[in-house]
Design a protein around this ligand. Structure first.
Ligand code: GLN
Length: 494
């Protein structure tokens, strides 16, 4: 086994016992990057200098405190390109922020710093996190490590691909409608979107502020619990972060799930779902039943309105959030302008890609006088109904189980011509953001041609412990998480 193949908790054991150094781990990860990054293209920028400086700091620490270190000390973590790290570019994969170097750290980065992490670089994403395949990046298309002719999912596709390819040990992503869970499912790794308010968004570039959450992408559930604990907690600089204690999420791992009630929503097993995905998820239900869980059929009756509701609320908020990119304060500015208005228009025309423009137009329209009541207000009312479905379901069950994505990884280019097809990739993840509850995706099997399938487990607000407990019990009973992607090195024309 190479070091880059190990998990956070395995590497921590080795570091603590002084059997390896953080420098050796960083070297292993960067060697791996030099071998496979040309094929995978997970990173927009690497931060080798910072990584090795961090690794040396970690090694000094380990010497000083004689092995008594926090669990992320010396662990290489990749960061999605919409999370601010002081002095390292954060472009949101957009031309409009191509030269933006944040002068400050996001709160999650401050917390990882305190833990002694190693920063490997910024990962590719759909521009401003709008998309489900990472093809909307203005830099490059990231490939799925399990099959490089396919997408890694999105919008945190770079982070998921980097973890699956061994180009980092863990990663941060952001999830507005599924952008952590869906790429985690398509890349065969673990992705968690915490409850809205659990993790500070200070320093996360805003897309749709009532939906955005930062979360984790890891190789297994234990690592997920470790990362979540590190980044969670109240923060004065984000008024939506909630002031309640952060539990040690690792303590629930290993608790048995006898008698835990798991709901299976009828609306999530519909036509259009790939038979191999449905097969894997149905098998998983049996595994959980075998572990003592009580399976209950439930209904979430407003599910069919989720996509429409989301694409009104998310675009409305995006049109407002993205108004700040005007060529004046930071980022890209057009070269040939006649006057101020012309400068605004050309800057935005040249700086934003097609999907971002589509959303700004849609969002501006649904917020405009005369249409606000019909669209935005109505969408907010339906959002309340969707949240009500979950509240009601959680009176009868402790967790809810669904597929994460209706299909496994699709081919690069397959859905780019048809935005509506692309929007459907998030049909099982979007309601969760509308309701603000936590959700995790874990590997639950493979299709016949070796593509990973993800299982989504949902919990009550702030019950990340509950879903981690179930996820861990399932993981230990199945071992899908032990499989690693083998990256094709033969030349494939794309
Ligand atoms: N795919 C969804 C969208 O395009 C969700 C994106 C996300 O979660 N950031 O908006």
């Amino acid at each position: 086994m190479e070091l880059y193949q190990l998990t956070i908790h395995e590497l921590h054991d080795l570091l603590r016992k002084k059997e390896v150094t953080s420098r050796e781990i960083a070297e292993s990860v960067f060697t791996r990057i030099s071998e496979v990054e040309e094929k995978v293209r997970a990173y927009i920028c690497l931060s080798g200098d910072k990584a090795f400086a961090h690794a040396e700091r970690a090694d000094r620490n380990i010497q000083n405190v004689s092995g008594n270190i926090s669990v992320l000390t010396g662990i290489p973590v990749a960061i999605k390109d919409n999370i601010c790290t002081e002095g390292i570019q954060a472009t949101c994969a957009s031309k409009i922020l191509h030269n933006f170097r944040p002068p400050y750290n996001a709160t999650v980065i401050e917390r990882l710093e305190k833990e002694g992490y190693v920063h490997t670089g910024m990962t590719n994403m759909d521009e401003f996190a709008m998309g489900s395949s990472t093809e909307n990046s203005s830099y490059q298309v990231t490939r799925n490590p399990w099959d490089i002719t396919r997408v890694p999912g999105g919008s945190s596709g770079g982070s998921a691909a980097a973890v699956a390819a061994g180009e980092c040990i863990a990663a941060l992503g952001s999830d507005t409608g599924g952008s952590i869970r869906q790429p985690a499912a398509l890349c065969g790794v673990v992705g968690l979107k915490p409850t809205y308010g659990r993790v500070s968004r200070y320093g996360l570039v805003a897309f749709a502020s009532s939906l955005d959450q930062i979360g984790t992408i890891t190789k297994d559930v234990t690592d997920c619990a470790i990362m979540l604990r590190a980044i969670s907690g109240h923060d004065r600089t984000d008024s939506t972060s909630v002031d309640i204690p952060v539990p040690d999420y690792t303590t629930v791992l290993g608790k048995n799930i006898k008698g835990v009630r798991i709901g299976i929503p009828r609306e999530y097993f519909i036509g259009g779902i790939d038979p191999s995905v449905e097969g894997c998820v149905r098998e998983s239900i049996k595994v959980l039943e075998g572990l003592g869980a009580v399976i209950v059929n439930i209904s979430l009756p407003h599910t069919e309105y989720a996509i429409a509701t989301y694409y009104i609320i998310a675009t409305a908020e995006a049109s407002s959030n993205l108004a700040r990119y005007d060529g004046v304060k930071y980022g890209y500015r057009t070269k040939g302008q006649d006057d101020l208005i012309d400068m605004y228009m050309k800057t935005r025309d040249e700086g934003f890609g097609p999907e971002v423009k589509r959303r700004i137009m849609l969002g501006t329209y649904v917020l405009s006088a005369g249409y606000y009541e019909a669209y935005y207000k109505k969408a907010q009312q339906v959002r309340t109904l969707i949240k009500g479905d979950f509240d009601k379901a959680f009176e009868a069950v402790d967790a809810i189980l669904t597929p994460t994505s209706p299909t496994p990884a699709f081919r690069i280019g397959e859905k780019t011509e048809d935005p509506l097809q692309m929007y459907l990739s998030d049909i099982f993840t979007i309601s969760i953001n509308l309701a603000g509850i936590p959700g995790i995706s874990i590997p639950c099997g493979f299709t016949e041609n070796g593509l990973p399938v993800g299982l989504q487990i949902l919990g009550r607000h702030f019950d990340e412990e509950g879903i981690l407990q179930i996820a861990y019990a399932y993981e230990q009973a199945t071992k899908w998480h032990k499989r690693r992607a083998v990256i094709q090195t033969t030349d494939i024309r794309l």
